[in-house]
Design a protein around this ligand. Structure first.
Ligand code: CO
Length: 154
């Protein structure tokens, strides 16, 4: 088990655009395994490579639906439909929760760790998590998607 450090909001690395994965090698497998350990240890739903300091288009999602960890490499959201509103957080912003509107369902195309392409349809929490993690790969954070913020007393 290898845990990686999770970078927090305010770190420039979270604002960078990630490059595509071109080599589906042992290094990628190691990154995915470490990310899965890190996600589980942090009790999170999703984690993107830039959150552990790697500027590659890799993210993982675990919504505890009995299907294990979903690994998305070079993911592309092909279709979005409907909308859902819910509270969202991020392992890079512990304790911070905001209401974010996301598509109700998404269709995503990605590659697995062996370089095999697949498409997947997701709804509810899984759709939300996919959108959140794919955003990370473009340097977009959930706080950028908040339409309404509740004024805080200073
Ligand atoms: Co996040």
């Amino acid at each position: 088990m290898a845990l990686r450090e999770i970078f927090k909001f305010g770190d420039d690395i979270l604002r960078k655009k990630c490059r595509e994965v071109t080599k589906f090698d042992d290094k990628l497998a190691e990154l995915l395994d470490d990310m899965a350990d890190t996600l589980k240890n942090a009790d999170g739903v999703g984690l993107a490579a830039p959150q552990v300091g790697i500027l590659r288009r890799v993210c993982i999602i675990d919504v505890r639906d009995g299907k294990g960890v979903l690994e998305l490499i070079n993911p592309e959201i092909l279709e979005k439909s409907g909308s859902q509103t819910g509270n969202e957080g991020c392992l890079s912003a512990p304790g911070e929760w905001c209401e974010v509107v996301r598509p109700a369902t998404v269709k995503v195309r990605a590659f697995d760790r062996h370089g095999k392409e697949f498409t997947l349809e997701a709804s509810e929490l899984k759709a939300r998590a996919i959108c959140h993690e794919v955003d990370h790969l473009d340097g977009v954070l959930f706080i950028d998607r908040v339409e309404k913020t509740i004024p805080q007393k200073s």
